[in-house]
Design a protein around this ligand. Structure first.
Ligand SMILES: [Zn+2]
Ligand SMILES: [Zn+2]
Length: 288
């Protein structure tokens, strides 16, 4: 009796498997493609600071924006084998100090890029904040891919608090009055006043380096490569050389808005250049 039951069960299972193996091709083909992406933010802890990278949009650096005919020729050749060599990004960074909500750089907004940029605000909302909550916007410099996101095309203020409460706009020469535990880091060469911001908390350091680097896959192996947006390319290269050397010997988390998103990592010396060690994705908030 028992044996017959088992045999019936086995036969039923075989029939089920036979059905199963004949079906999957049709089932797989029918599954719709999902073209949407995870929200463009990444959060990490630096001491007591909560830092959230906010994606504004993807970009490809134009080869003609590089200085030097030799560099351009070399890159054009390299692009045949490595078409993603010049991939870049644009991002801004939200720092919640527990007392203040600070945005470092505001992305491009809708000012150029044909709709590719301008996603920073929606990603900020996805990250659980609103633009009105932002107390302070720090800009590394005045290029449009860093300040474009401050206003809409019809002139509206996007991050309400800093303009209304703080008298709209301040320049500075000293960081002490701006944010507790923050140093300004002058980064000469890219633009007049190009400035990095270094924050420290519980012995952990994070540096927002602005446009020290545009194309990491070119400028890490060869930091001498400069771009047409550098007002003083020679000074920009010297600044980069000195800064990279220093950072490779320190445990500083580096933040670069044009590095591959989320643009957070550390540097190590490698040959005549540097190797980027990106932060690894984790869903664990407390560091072990
Ligand atoms: Zn710039
Ligand atoms: Zn830039």
């Amino acid at each position: 009796m028992l044996k017959r039951t088992w045999m019936r069960l086995a036969a039923a299972l075989l029939a089920a498997i036979a059905n199963f193996v004949t079906v999957p091709n049709a089932a797989l083909a029918a599954a719709p493609l999902h073209h949407d992406q995870a929200p463009g933010f990444y959060r990490l802890k630096v001491g007591d600071l909560e830092v959230t990278a906010l994606f504004d949009g993807p970009g490809v650096f134009d080869v003609n924006w590089l200085n030097g005919e030799k560099t351009k020729d070399g890159v054009l050749k390299a692009l045949h084998d490595d078409p993603h060599l010049l991939d870049v990004a644009d991002a801004g960074y939200l720092v919640n100090t527990g007392k203040q909500l600070i945005l470092v750089d505001a992305g491009s907004g809708t000012w150029f890029g044909g709709g590719k940029f301008g996603h920073l605000v929606s990603n900020l909302r996805s990250a659980g904040y609103t633009p009105e909550e932002v107390d302070l916007v720090l800009v590394t410099h005045l290029h449009s891919d860093h300040i474009g996101g401050l206003t809409t095309q019809d002139g509206k203020i996007v991050f309400a608090a800093p303009y209304i409460k703080a008298g709209k706009w301040h320049t500075f020469s000293d960081s002490r009055q701006i944010v507790d535990g923050m140093q300004i880091v002058p980064l000469r060469g890219h633009t007049p006043g190009h400035t990095g911001y270094e924050l420290s908390s519980q012995g952990k350091n994070i540096l927002f380096w602005g446009d020290v680097m545009h194309v990491q896959r070119l400028q890490l192996p060869d930091p001498k490569v400069t771009v047409v947006f550098d007002v003083d390319p020679t000074a920009a290269a010297v600044t980069r050389d000195q800064l990279l050397r220093k950072l490779a010997s320190e445990d500083v988390l580096i933040v670069g808005p044009h590095l591959l998103f989320p643009g957070l990592g550390r540097l190590h010396k490698e040959g005549g250049g540097y190797r980027w060690a990106p932060v690894a994705f984790t869903d664990q908030w407390e560091e072990k």
